[in-house]
Design a protein around this ligand. Structure first.
Ligand SMILES: [Zn+2]
Length: 94
């Protein structure tokens, strides 16, 4: 029996995508501090359905469901929206 886990698979995917986008060519000039990165992640996650799982098997399954091109596109849309929102109120608080 493996150890139970408690993770939001949506969060794991969003964290990865935010990192990927922020360090890509398009957002080179955007603030790369940890606070802004977390503000973006929090803002995007507040607009996306959470997907909590308690085992690695369920996590893998949820990951493949959430990683379809259609879903990734929808998640990326929320992230880009969040980047703009955080960029507008860039005061390193919130
Ligand atoms: Zn910042």
């Amino acid at each position: 029996m493996t150890q139970p886990i408690l993770v939001n698979v949506t969060e794991e995917i969003v964290r990865g995508l935010v990192r990927f986008l922020l360090y890509g060519a398009e957002y080179q000039t955007f603030c790369h501090c940890e606070q802004c990165e977390m503000n973006i992640i929090a803002s995007a996650l507040n607009n996306l359905p959470q997907k909590y799982v308690t085992s690695d098997v369920a996590r893998t399954k949820a990951f493949s469901v959430l990683s379809t091109p259609h879903n990734i596109e929808a998640i990326n849309k929320e992230i880009i929206h969040a980047i703009h929102k955080v960029g507008q109120g860039l005061d390193h608080s919130e």
